[in-house]
Design a protein around this ligand. Structure first.
Ligand SMILES: [Zn+2]
Ligand SMILES: [Zn+2]
Length: 280
């Protein structure tokens, strides 16, 4: 038993181990997962392919197909509107702004999934929280996941936003609105791509093009992301390109957010588990 409990730590040769949040849940999951697959799997892999429910898989596949169907016209018509109004120069601002926004929003969702809720939380538990928590135990499983399984969840959330943007483009001629729609549309694309960049950061081998993008810090750089998988597991939540991590660490952004939520009576999973064990 003690050997099994040791596995999540020993599996990773690169000091990747379980974070304090929901540690008990993760160790329990590891005990279940280990006998099925890790014996024949290289370090960092569980050996188990995760499957979502049929309804969730249908949503993932359909929204992944529909994403470009809405994305391309949104970009085309917002560019066109900016060009008509001689505001095309604004488009140059949209790309960096979209990348920063995607880094921030992705970081916020990642922090929330690591810090609050549990794998048993209705709806989001199995679909969102579980993949984040299991990633801390088996970081390289993501390398074996299909494209749809890593971008599908974000496509489900992005599609209504793209549809709303398209509607607004039809009903308004405003130049600033067209700029906001271009930024939002590009931001959804960067957010959808975030888990692809995350996957690249965990790959043992990458193409020369991917390594160049990582070196240029245009996408998440592996050593930068390694900090998130290293004790105390409480920083570098941003995983699009990680541009915001130094700033958010410096100002203690996530710790302050946790303090505010704690003041409002919303405890982290870790704090709640400690309280429950004291009560027991
Ligand atoms: Zn995490
Ligand atoms: Zn990771």
């Amino acid at each position: 038993m003690s050997a099994l409990l040791q596995d999540p730590i020993d599996l990773e040769n690169e000091r990747i181990s379980s974070p304090p949040q929901a540690k008990t849940d993760q160790l329990a999951a590891a005990v279940v997962l280990t006998p099925h697959g890790s014996a024949s799997s290289p370090p960092g892999y569980s050996g188990i392919a995760e499957h979502s429910t049929p309804a969730h898989a249908f949503l993932e596949h359909s929204t992944s197909i529909l994403f470009p169907v809405l994305f391309v016209p949104n970009v085309y018509f917002s560019f066109d509107r900016l060009s008509e109004l001689e505001l095309l120069w604004l488009a140059a601002l949209a790309i960096p702004l979209a990348l920063v926004l995607a880094d921030f929003i992705g970081g916020l969702v990642h922090w929330a999934a690591d810090t609050y809720f549990s794998e048993d939380t209705p709806v989001v538990g199995p679909a969102l929280i579980k993949p984040f928590r299991q990633h801390h135990i088996f970081p390289r499983d993501i390398c074996k996941h299909t494209l749809v399984s890593i971008v599908g969840n974000v496509c489900i959330l992005a599609l209504p936003i793209l549809a709303l943007c398209q509607y607004l483009l039809w009903v308004s001629q405003d130049g600033l609105l067209a700029f906001a729609i271009l930024c939002t549309t590009l931001m959804t694309a960067a957010t959808v791509a975030t888990n692809v960049f995350h996957k690249w950061a965990h790959q043992e081998e990458s193409s020369a093009g991917v390594r160049w993008l990582q070196r240029m810090r245009l996408v998440l750089e592996p050593r930068h992301h390694q900090v998130h998988h290293t004790e105390p597991f409480e920083m570098h939540y941003c995983i699009t390109n990680g541009w915001l991590n130094p700033l958010l660490n410096k100002i203690g952004f996530f710790r302050k957010l946790e303090a505010i939520l704690n003041f409002l009576g919303i405890e982290t999973t870790n704090a709640r588990n400690s309280c429950d064990s004291v009560r027991m």
